[in-house]
Design a protein around this ligand. Structure first.
Ligand code: ZN
Length: 309
């Protein structure tokens, strides 16, 4: 048995397979990405805590002699085990290596692949049906996101996708939908563009904010950032039914029908949900990069076809 193998056994360290499964679950909870393993990284302790590792199991150092250079390299055994587990996940194509992820995100990170995503969902007992709405990253979907946010903004934009299939979903169309959601939600920093609400579930898995289509999906509105807006559930609903629209300079216009609403409608405690949507025609919050702002053709179509002025 190797010196490393003996150390792992003597210290009763978890197996590579166990660490691999823990890594998949941790990746999932960290939005699909974790940094490389290094001392001081929170993730290293987080997974160690999960296994209830004792102090010596966390700190013991493995010494390897590089004979050629005649020097000793010291690595914490725990880091080495994490690395080996991640490396075998990469061989099984369940994660992408930091050397591949950096080409996509400019950061050296391990990232779930679509297969790794499915595997993590199984380990966490999350039903498949939720996959569509999970903001967790996967390598394949991030490729779509990158394409969406880096595409050059068309002057004459048609927000309709004639070819779009509404009823039948294929693996590709499901990934495109997730790419759209991810791109929009990230662009707006997970906040509602109208009220600024930013909140996720206690387990950090689900975000409240939604990626709304400006020209609706049901009418074959395109899945791209120029036809998208991040909105909380309430404002998404109010936008879809035409309670408010956006002017070309992104100011909120409220339907005049709000004046005729019964006094007890649209009120949550002290909060006047409908009547406060548009105080003094204020602007929505937008991403910093103007290239990914909603396109005027989308918001104009919504204003003319969905909005009740
Ligand atoms: Zn909102």
């Amino acid at each position: 048995m190797s010196y490393e193998g003996k150390m792992l056994e003597d210290l009763k360290m978890p197996t590579k397979k166990e660490v691999g499964n823990a890594l998949l679950k941790t990746l999932f909870k960290h939005n699909g990405v974790i940094k490389e393993f290094a001392t001081g990284e929170e993730i290293v302790n987080e997974i160690a805590d999960e296994f209830g590792l004792k102090e010596n199991q966390r700190t013991v150092v493995l010494e390897r002699i590089y004979r050629k250079e005649n020097r000793i390299v010291k690595t914490p055994l725990w880091h080495r085990l994490l690395y080996r587990a991640a490396d075998s996940l990469a061989k099984e194509k369940l994660v992408s290596r930091p050397t591949s992820t950096i080409l996509l995100t400019d950061r050296k990170e391990w990232m779930l692949t679509e297969n790794g995503f499915d595997e993590a969902m199984k380990l966490l007992n999350i039903p498949k049906i939720h996959k569509e709405f999970l903001p967790t990253k996967s390598f394949e979907v991030q490729k779509i996101v990158k394409k969406l946010i880096e595409a050059s903004r068309p002057e004459n934009y048609n927000p309709f996708d004639k070819e779009k299939k509404i009823v039948k979903t294929t693996k590709e169309s499901a990934m495109r939908t997730r790419g759209f959601r991810q791109a929009v939600i990230e662009a707006y920093d997970c906040k509602c563009a109208v009220c600024g609400l930013k909140i996720n579930s206690p387990d950090s898995i689900f975000w409240e904010v939604e990626a709304a289509h400006i020209v609706p999906n049901s009418l074959k509105g395109k899945d791209d950032v120029w036809n998208g807006l991040a909105l909380c559930h309430l404002h998404h609903w109010a936008f879809d039914v035409g309670w408010f629209a956006l002017s070309t300079d992104f100011k909120i216009q409220l339907s005049s029908k709000a004046k005729n609403l019964p006094g007890n409608f649209g009120i949550m405690g002290d909060y006047e949900f409908i009547r406060t949507i548009s105080t003094k025609e204020r602007m929505i919050s937008l991403p910093n990069r103007t290239e990914i702002h909603p396109h005027k053709n989308s918001i104009q179509w919504h204003r003319e076809n969905i909005f009740h002025p």
